[in-house]
Design a protein around this ligand. Structure first.
Ligand SMILES: [Zn+2]
Length: 277
């Protein structure tokens, strides 16, 4: 910006401030349609970026941690770099949540990693595994599911998982790996704050697909106040971090990029937390 433009901008800002009647709030001013309506819409939209699968020294870990926005790092428990990744994410101001391995409908149990929740476990064993996982991930303030299309559709199991989260003061992010999820229903019954994923960024590991998902995300941002998107370290990690970095200026024009904890806290006036598709 040239010096002239800066001076003009400053002058315009001063005039704008003087035009607001004393005591009137800027937000109210804009909502009355006398200000920049589009800008007030942008201010109401919030985007939370969640990056899954930290904890195993995965590809793209450093690229993600260096993104110029605060996001939410979902860290798997009991893995070689669980503590290191959680500490590093926390040190840089990102939110840390437990990325809880949960049994899917299809796939091998060996993909799940240690301490996983499966539907054949007893009530006591499920409770113990969730408590141990929370204890294993430093700075965890929430939890989401790694895989879990079978477990998140099982009411007995999710009642225990979400119950432990509530006791420990953690919120839950439903990654929505199945349309049959019981998480919103059970969370409402027990009064646990939840949020739900809207867009998976990198289920296909190409930059072309990730860019397409960013376009979908921008579309969803226009139709909702709040949006959650999930990307991954691991096979797509470096590509996802690169596309995100390039897309951030556009995304930040359309929404405030926030951590999940900010989205949850901003919705506390609701009986339980939105968004909830
Ligand atoms: Zn995962």
């Amino acid at each position: 910006m040239t010096g002239k433009a800066t001076r003009f901008g400053l002058a315009a800002a001063i005039v704008f401030c003087l035009l607001i009647p004393q005591g009137a709030e800027a937000a109210g001013f804009e909502k009355n349609g006398r200000g920049e309506g589009e800008r007030s819409k942008q201010e109401e939209r919030r985007l939370a970026i969640v990056i899954d699968d930290f904890g195993n020294g995965m590809s793209g870990t450093e690229d993600m941690l260096q993104l110029p926005v605060k996001f939410t790092a979902a860290v798997m428990p009991f893995m070689p770099t669980t503590k290191q990744d959680a500490e590093e994410a926390h040190r840089r101001g990102h939110d840390v949540i437990v990325h809880m391995p949960m049994e899917p409908n299809k796939g091998l149990k060996s993909w799940l990693g240690p301490g996983a929740i499966t539907t054949d476990l007893s009530d006591d064993e499920i409770r113990k595994r969730v408590e141990d996982a929370i204890d294993n991930v430093p700075h965890a303030i929430g939890m989401n599911n790694h895989m879990g299309s079978k477990v998140t559709a099982d009411e007995r199991v999710m009642r225990i998982v979400l119950g432990v989260c509530k006791e420990r003061g953690l919120f839950f992010l439903d990654s929505r790996t199945t349309y049959k999820t019981v998480i919103p229903k059970v969370a409402e019954e027990i009064g646990l704050p939840i949020v739900s994923n809207h867009v998976f960024l990198d289920d296909v590991y190409t930059e072309q697909h990730i860019s397409k998902q960013i376009t979908e995300l921008r579309k969803q941002l226009k139709s909702r106040g709040d949006c959650v998107t999930i990307g991954h370290v691991g096979p797509p990690g470096k590509k996802t971090a690169a596309v995100l970095k390039l897309s951030l200026p556009d995304l930040q024009n359309e929404a405030a990029v926030v951590k999940l904890s900010q989205m949850i806290n901003g919705s506390m006036s609701d009986p339980f937390v939105l968004p909830n598709p």
